[in-house]
Design a binder for this molecule. Structure first.
Ligand SMILES: NC(=O)c1ccc[n+]([C@@H]2O[C@H](COP(=O)([O-])OP(=O)(O)OC[C@H]3O[C@@H](n4cnc5c(N)ncnc54)[C@H](O)[C@@H]3O)[C@@H](O)[C@H]2O)c1
Length: 346
């Protein structure tokens, strides 16, 4: 284990305002929500992002204010890019950059595995170059868990397949192992359950944005299989609040896997019905799609470990989550309709 010392590269002690946190994937959906909160708390944030699915726009007000956030457009699969992002003294590194979403994974499962694993490898190489093993947090996923009837605690059985969709889970488990070895078991693997909210792209194949987009277009709501699969949803702003608490307020860093999720569990069919109710188009018209290969029947987190730490748990109801998503889509639709008029007028 490394001793903390001022001469250790990338090392810094000090008040929150002097703390620098490096977030790979910080221009993405969860990342930008986290960055916003960290900056609001007075942290200095360095974002390492290749803008492949994230965007500058997600960080725009903070970048424009030139206060609190530095964006480094680079590749988290490259050690040198990590070393650049980690060059100034840092308090924590949060590795969120990843190939994300069923659509992208299924388009090239082995490519997804190789890409994500390279990211973890590059982070470990940079940590080793700096002689650091503390303050390391990585994004894993609830997809690492095998089918299980009850709530999934961190010690629940894991999926060990590597084919098709399982390649994503396998890449996250490989990352957990790699980073655990590189940090002597001190790193935290954040196993996110479905995180949802405004700003999430339907293009990645995530359930809720797809349902909302279909409902707004007056199309049947796409439901895979018989719709009985149960999922648990957490609002992204609450997940970000929980992460910011872990990074800035938790008395000690919880080592190993840590479930991060909400309390809004529902079957896919019930989620579709909730979206239909928000759209005012009841009964819901479901467009049944073939079941997705490798889907687990039930993914509900046991959040005991997170609760025992004293972290603020995500608590938003499904109705609140759907309502926020609906309002954001409505605002985007309205802005899109106004734009041609604005350009005609100019
Ligand atoms: N959203 C969820 O429900 C969920 C669930 C489980 C796990 N996760 C994990 O949480 C993390 C964040 O997911 P998200 O939903 O915010 O997705 P996202 O696609 O919005 O964010 C990923 C970010 O990483 C960036 N990125 C991708 N590859 C990169 C690379 N090689 N170098 C630098 N940047 C790169 C993208 O541009 C994007 O900004 C991911 O690791 C994902 O696997 C998310």
């Amino acid at each position: 284990m490394l001793a903390r010392s001022a001469s250790t590269p990338g090392m810094e002690d000090g008040p929150t305002s002097a703390r620098r946190i490096v977030v790979s994937g910080g221009a993405g959906f969860i990342g930008s929500a986290l960055v916003r909160l960290l900056v609001a708390r007075g942290a200095q944030v360095v974002v390492l992002d290749d803008l492949s699915s994230g965007s500058r726009a997600n960080l725009a007000p903070m970048l424009e204010a030139k206060d609190g956030v530095e964006l480094f457009v680079g590749d988290a699969r490259e050690r040198e890019d990590w070393l650049h992002a980690l060059a100034k003294p840092w308090h924590a590194v949060v590795h969120l950059a990843s190939v994300v979403g069923v659509e992208r994974v299924m388009a090239d499962p082995q490519g997804c595995h190789a890409s994500n694993t390279r990211g973890f490898d590059a982070l470990c190489a940079a940590l080793s170059a700096q002689g650091r093993s503390d303050g390391v947090w990585i994004a894993s996923s609830s997809e690492v868990y095998d089918d299980h009837d009850g709530p999934l605690a961190e010690h629940a059985p894991l999926r060990r397949g590597r084919v098709g969709r399982d390649a994503y889970a396998a890449s996250k488990l490989a990352g957990e192992d790699l980073v655990s070895r590189a940090t002597g078991g001190r790193a935290t693997a954040l196993r996110f359950f479905n995180v949802v909210g405004p700003g999430q792209s339907a293009a990645q194949g995530m359930l809720l944005p797809r349902l909302v987009e279909a409902a707004r277009a007056g199309e049947p709501l796409p439901v895979c299989g018989d719709g009985t699969a149960v999922r648990t949803f957490a609002a992204v702003d609450e997940v970000a609040r929980c992460l910011a608490w872990l990074l800035l307020d938790a008395p000690t860093q919880p080592a190993g896997p840590l479930n991060i999720g909400g309390g809004a569990s529902a079957s896919v069919r019930a989620v579709a019905e909730c979206v239909a109710a928000r759209s005012g188009a009841l009964p819901a018209v479901l467009g049944h799609l073939p079941p997705r290969h490798g889907e687990t029947a039930r993914r509900v987190p046991d959040l005991s470990r997170l609760a025992a730490l004293g972290a603020p748990l995500p608590q938003a109801s499904l109705e609140r989550i759907v309502d926020e998503l609906w309002m954001r889509h409505a605002a985007v639709d309205a802005a899109t309709k106004e734009r041609p008029c604005a350009s005609l007028a100019s």
